[in-house]
Design a protein. Structure first.
Length: 383
């Protein structure tokens, strides 16, 4: 694979294989064992009291919406304020539960703008879905305060935020549910898995049944007081098959050992980009919020004529990405389109530059120089 690519996950192959071998030798690759170990390790790492390991963050976002809807008695058509500038998982989770996504605009951090969220509040608003773009906390603290003041729920799509700290504390505690992703190219990659962290212990207990078809082993033994019948269980509701497995947990446990070190390296690479690009007036760099130690899943910039710039970068052997197109443009969200001028502008101008642990300072310099030359040419200014 020649060229400089957006994401290249860095697996510690030997350590991953050792952890996976333990599962195979034990004959236990499914739910339990390493999934419980990963939950405990994640709780200790983040300081969040509850953590349940899942097969994806998409499943986690669905569960967050579903369980809060049940707990609070939301009705179909009730509203969740959300960002249009995100991966579609975020907003699909709202549609899955027959709720209405109400798009609010983003701010200079590419995260929900508190002012815009406030302007979208109605008497049917039940929750805000906040996306920590690229690991950035944006104005999460202000939005968390707003949710407390208005007595509405806060769900954190923390798919990019493994290892993000705000004022020295890992993110998640400000939210009713925080959902992390350990998908194949996230900053803590497994192959596919995720974590849901509910603030409320009762919801954490409930979600463990929801992720395994609604099966409850405890209820049966309790109500029948016959723990000898180990093969019996109760099924209370049509739950989903959303739990994670021990092979994925084994990989995630290895990644977690290196998470702080890897994120520090990501921040260093971003610093190199910042230094290289800071003098160019045609390139808008996205700031990290004050007091945020970002996981730096992404390094994003905004330019005019984005698509032309992307193609020209490809010609130089550089393969950046786009996170994201505004979801308002997708057919599936056509009924929910509203004016979000910043999200629309960024949708047409954002580029995610290559960011992974295999990049050297020379690579970063090559990417930055190519980008600056291309942008200068596109603007028709003297090089
Ligand atoms: C990747 C991603 C998800 C979904 O994560 P999966 O683990 O792949 O389901 C959700 N939200 C955002 C912002 C993401 O980038």
């Amino acid at each position: 694979m020649s060229g400089i690519h957006l994401f290249v996950p860095n697996f510690r192959t030997k350590e991953c294989l050792e952890e996976i071998r333990i599962c195979l030798d034990k004959g236990w690759t499914g739910l339990g064992f390493k999934t419980l170990e990963m939950e405990k390790a994640w709780s200790e790492y983040t300081g969040l009291p509850h953590a349940h390991f899942l097969n994806s963050a998409t499943a986690g976002l669905h569960l967050a919406v579903r369980l809060l809807k049940d707990a609070d008695g939301w009705k179909d058509g009730d509203e969740v304020i959300t960002s249009p500038l995100t991966f579609v998982s975020t907003n699909h989770a709202i549609l899955y539960e027959n709720l209405k996504p109400v798009f609010a605009d983003v701010d200079e951090y590419l995260c929900l703008s508190p002012e815009s969220v406030e302007s979208r509040l109605s008497d049917r608003t039940r929750a805000v879905m906040f996306v920590g773009m690229g690991g950035n906390t944006g104005s999460l603290d202000r939005i968390a305060q707003l949710c407390r003041d208005k007595n509405i729920r806060l769900i954190l799509d923390a798919a990019h935020m493994a290892g993000t700290r705000f004022e020295g504390k890992h993110v998640g505690a400000e939210s009713d549910a925080a959902v992390f992703s350990f998908q194949a190219v996230k900053n803590l990659p497994s192959a596919d898995s995720g974590m849901i962290c509910f603030a409320d212990q009762a919801l954490d207990r409930a979600v463990r049944k929801w992720t395994w078809l609604g099966i409850n082993k405890d209820t049966y033994t309790r109500t029948h007081d016959q723990s000898a019948y180990k093969w019996q269980y109760e099924v209370e509701h049509p739950g989903f098959k959303y739990h994670g497995n021990s092979i994925m947990a084994a990989m995630a446990l290895v990644g977690l050992r290196y998470l702080d070190q890897d994120n520090a390296r990501r921040r260093e690479i971003c610093q190199w980009y910042d230094e290289a690009l800071s003098q160019h007036s045609g390139i808008e760099r996205i700031p990290t919020a004050p007091n945020c130690e970002s996981s730096r899943h992404l390094y994003q910039i905004a330019v005019d004529k984005r698509d032309e710039v992307m193609l020209a970068m490809n010609e130089k052997g550089v393969y950046p990405g786009v996170h994201y197109r505004t979801n308002c443009e997708y057919l599936v969200y056509r009924d929910y389109r509203v004016e979000c001028p910043q999200a629309t502008r960024y949708s047409d101008s954002l580029i995610s530059l290559p960011l992974h642990l295999g990049l050297s300072k020379k690579d970063v310099s090559h990417v930055a120089k190519s980008l600056m030359n291309i942008v200068t040419l596109q603007r028709g200014l003297p090089a």
